[in-house]
Design a binder for this molecule. Structure first.
Ligand SMILES: Nc1ncnc2c1ncn2[C@@H]1O[C@H](COP(=O)(O)OP(=O)(O)OP(=O)(O)O)[C@@H](O)[C@H]1O
Ligand SMILES: [Mg+2]
Length: 254
């Protein structure tokens, strides 16, 4: 069954149509890829799906519930988490605190509890901390848990963003160029991580990725955007040899 579905979604910024009437669907546990040249509308599509922007037209459905225009926190609680093309971490907080921020969306807290720290709340906090450690272990950052996030290498910051996104217990994970700036071996290990995430928690993944080789080895199905419009959809093989896709990328190199 489909987990998320976009119907003729459009986004205008003033006179610029960034996304043009795109249809799209992802099934539970599926790894889907979005490719397209710079400015194709990939990040804008994520921004609409996660409540950063409200689409100018069209709708998003999650398991047939209309989620168009929902605020960000509600979309996170409903099960969609993301990472950012430009890493967004709290650099002056520790690594583990950054993961706890992600978990916080699911922890009950009250003003009284914050003032007096009831036993129930202490238990919640201990549980949250243990879970954060497990997630850091999973992404290979447990030894770094007390370091400032800003002091991590670029590749490790991307892994930390992944851990923070997982902390919200998503059913769908949106990854905006998760291997950007990484060398090949780092990139491969992140791709393995993405498959493990899907296999372990049955999380669906939508991946924006410029590196075609990376995309071919990871996504089960790909859509290609060009100037906001969907120009192709299919298996990696089909997309690789699609004439419109080849043309879109050749145009970019001129
Ligand atoms: N907040 C905004 N205000 C105005 N224009 C925007 C805004 N966000 C994106 N755009 C424009 O929308 C178009 C699509 O941008 P978007 O960032 O979605 O592309 P992209 O496919 O993610 O590109 P890249 O591969 O460079 O990340 C571009 O023309 C961009 O300038
Ligand atoms: Mg982008």
């Amino acid at each position: 069954m489909e987990f998320i579905r976009a119907e003729t979604v459009t986004m205008d910024f003033g006179g610029v149509r960034a996304v043009n009437s795109v249809d799209f669907a992802v099934k539970h546990g599926q790894i889907m890829g979005i490719i397209g040249p710079n400015g194709a509308g990939k990040t804008t599509f994520f921004n609409m799906m996660t409540g950063f922007y409200r689409p100018t037209a069209g709708r998003f459905f999650m398991e047939d519930q209309d989620i168009t225009g929902w605020p960000r926190h509600r979309i996170v609680q409903a099960g969609i988490a993301r990472t950012f093309q430009n890493i967004r971490l709290f650099g002056n907080m520790s690594v583990i605190e950054n993961v706890l921020v992600g978990e916080h969306t699911n922890i009950r807290s009250t003003l009284l509890g914050a003032l007096f720290r009831t036993p129930a709340q202490k238990r919640d906090e201990a549980r949250a901390y243990k879970k954060a450690e497990e997630l850091l272990d999973f992404v290979g950052l447990l030894e770094k848990k007390s370091e400032y996030a800003a002091n991590l290498s670029y590749g490790k910051q991307r892994r930390l963003e992944l851990a923070r996104a997982l902390a919200t217990e998503p059913k769908l994970l949106l990854l905006d160029e998760p291997t950007a700036g990484m060398n090949t071996s780092e990139a491969i290990s992140v791709l393995e991580l993405i498959h493990t995430i899907r296999d372990t928690w049955k999380v669906a993944v939508i991946l924006i990725e410029h590196n075609m080789q990376v995309m071919m080895g990871t996504a089960e199905r790909i859509i290609a955007l060009d100037a906001g419009t969907k120009i192709a959809e299919g298996t990696p093989k089909e997309i690789q040899y699609n004439e419109k896709v080849i043309k879109a990328y050749l145009g970019e190199e001129d």
